[in-house]
Design a protein around this ligand. Structure first.
Ligand code: TRP
Length: 331
């Protein structure tokens, strides 16, 4: 009898932060696009997760549409992999409740990303929901019985909690969930325009957006921080401490040797180096911007894609919840 090959599953998601930037592309999105051929992929908008840090929901819908347009423009194919909003699949909240019984408050308080957030955002009294951020994330991942979760480095501690919760469920009620593996990209961390040690992030205002045209890209790169020791044009520079060189590595591999030599010898000044970098980024972004424009002209297509994805996601989620209830004898 012919064996039916079942593909492994991937679940990936982002909080809806609006238009995406180069860091999203190199840290996650590129990975999503390549993996969608070999895995059953589910891509979702973690809209409930935004409530953990802000109760202002006024922009969530618009930010969702902007972000999903970037996913589609980057090459996520909704025919292969459903795209949906977490808030439209009720099963997420249901599984979240059940999983919340399998992890202690203490364990969640030890989660390093929560500790960082509490410090950075000056939170005096964390809400129950915010502390449970990784539990909701576990519900997202386990809902689709995902084997693999493509994430940036900052998400590793969350995926670890999902793994613990998965084992705990299986030990308590019976084998339902795979133990999900995180999958990092090779460029998991792209520096922002303000320094090689800073991560590109919307909240830091140091981004190049995937939707930025040549003038915008140049306007931003022009001001990017370079090697502080290269003060004058012909001073020798150190490419390895320069964030612009990091961008060249990613977006301009063909000219890399030449740029390194030119920078180190002092022949290549920062302005010219940045012009080359800006042009290379434009070349990468041009097809993205073109595809994005098609969706911008007809946003209803994006909405339809979400609705279709949500229908498919509900079906998959319903199957998992059936298995969960059966295992728990609450069917
Ligand atoms: N925490 C993720 C982020 O901030 C978003 C997210 C929520 C997620 N649930 C997930 C990512 C499940 C992967 C899988 O980017």
């Amino acid at each position: 009898m012919a064996e039916i090959a079942t593909k492994k599953r991937i679940l990936s998601g982002m909080r809806p932060t609006g238009k995406l930037h180069l860091g999203h592309l190199t840290g996650a999105l590129e990975n999503w696009v390549t993996l969608q051929d070999d895995y059953d992929s589910y891509h979702f908008v973690a809209d409930y997760h935004t409530l953990t840090t802000s109760l202002d929901t006024a922009d969530v819908y618009e930010n969702t549409i902007e972000m999903v347009m970037d996913w589609l423009a980057a090459g996520i194919d909704p025919e292969k992999s459903p795209i949906f909003r977490q808030s439209q699949v009720k099963e997420h909240t249901e599984l979240h409740l059940i999983l919340s019984m399998l992890i202690t408050k203490n364990r969640l308080e030890r989660n390093p990303s929560i500790k960082d957030q509490v410090r950075d955002l000056n939170i005096e009294n964390i809400t129950y929901g915010h502390l449970g951020y990784p539990v909701l994330q576990a519900a997202d991942i386990l809902m689709y019985r995902a084997n693999l979760v493509p994430v940036g480095e900052d998400q590793l501690s969350h995926v670890e909690i999902s793994r613990e919760i998965s084992r705990s469920f299986n030990n308590t009620w019976g084998e339902v969930f795979p133990v999900p593996e995180p999958k990092l990209t090779s460029f998991a961390r792209l520096p922002g325009l303000d320094g090689i040690d800073k991560k590109m992030s919307k909240s830091m205002g140091n981004t190049v957006l995937l939707s930025d045209g040549p003038d915008e890209v140049w306007g931003k790169l022009r001001k990017a921080v370079t090697d502080p020791q290269k003060v004058r044009k012909n001073d020798p520079g150190r490419p390895d401490v320069c964030l612009v060189f990091t961008y060249h590595k990613k977006f301009n591999p063909n000219e890399l040797d030449e740029i390194r030599t030119g920078c180190e010898s002092g022949d290549l000044g920062c302005v010219d180096c940045k012009k080359k970098c800006s042009a290379a980024i434009d070349t990468t972004l041009a097809p993205h911007i073109e595809r994005r424009a098609e969706y911008e002209q007809d946003v209803s297509r994006v909405v339809d894609i979400l609705h279709q994805g949500e229908e498919q996601a509900r079906k998959a989620a319903g199957e998992t919840m059936g298995m969960v209830r059966e295992a728990m004898k609450m069917g």
